[in-house]
Design a protein around this ligand. Structure first.
Ligand code: HEM
Length: 139
C-alpha cells in the first residue's frame, strides 16, 4: 500500500532549493546517515524544550524526521528528492511567531553541536533556511 502523494502548491516557493555548492557542507553533516542521526537528536532536544514540545508532541515524529532528512539532503546537494509538503501548507494552522522560529533554530543548533557539525557548516545551512521563515511565520 502506497501513501497518497503530498499536496503541493505549484505556486509556493520551492521548499527544497538545491544548493549544489553546499555538497561539502552535506559531507560535514555526515551525509544522509549523519542527517538521520541529527534529526533524531533534534527531535529529542525539541521534545525536552517547553517552547517546542507543544508543537511536536502530537505529530507523527518519525515522518517529520524523515521529511526533514530528505529536505536538508536535497538542499545541501546530497541528491535526495524532497517529497513532503510545501512549507506554507506544512505549517498552516500551527500559529508560529518569530520567537517560535528562533527557538526552533536554537534547538537545531544544540543538536548540530551535539553531533559535532563544524560551526561554519552549521551557519551555511542556517543561511539557506533563514529566508524560508516567511513561509512558516503566520501570526
Ligand atoms: C527553517 C525552518 C523550518 C523548516 C525547514 C521546516 C521543515 C519542515 C518539514 C520539511 C516538515 C514536514 C512537512 C511534511 O509533513 O510534508 C515540517 C513539519 C512541521 N513543522 Fe516545520 N520547519 C521549519 C520551522 C518550523 C517551526 C518554526 C515550527 C514550530 C515552531 C515548525 C513546526 C512543525 C510541525 C509541528 C510540523 C508537523 C506538522 C504536521 O505533522 O502536520 N516548523 N517542517
Amino acid at each position: 500500500q502506497t501513501a497518497a502523494p503530498a499536496q503541493q502548491d505549484p505556486t509556493a516557493p520551492n521548499p527544497a532549493p538545491v544548493h549544489p555548492e553546499l555538497k561539502g557542507v552535506f559531507e560535514d553533516f555526515g551525509g544522509e546517515a549523519g542527517l538521520t542521526a541529527l534529526m533524531d537528536e533534534f527531535m529529542v532536544v525539541m521534545l525536552a524544550d517547553p517552547r517546542m514540545r507543544p508543537f511536536f508532541e502530537n505529530t507523527d515524529q518519525p515522518r517529520v524526521k524523515r521529511q526533514l532528512v530528505e529536505q536538508f539532503c536535497a538542499i545541501l546537494g546530497g541528491g535526495c528528492t524532497y517529497t513532503g509538503r510545501d512549507m506554507k501548507s506544512a505549517h498552516a494552522g500551527l500559529k508560529i511567531d518569530r520567537a517560535d522560529f528562533n527557538a526552533l533554530v536554537e534547538d537545531l543548533q544544540v543538536a548540530m553541536d551535539r553531533k559535532g557539525v563544524p560551526f561554519r557548516s552549521q551557519n551555511k545551512l542556517l543561511a539557506v533556511l533563514a529566508p524560508m521563515h516567511r513561509e512558516m511565520i503566520n501570526r
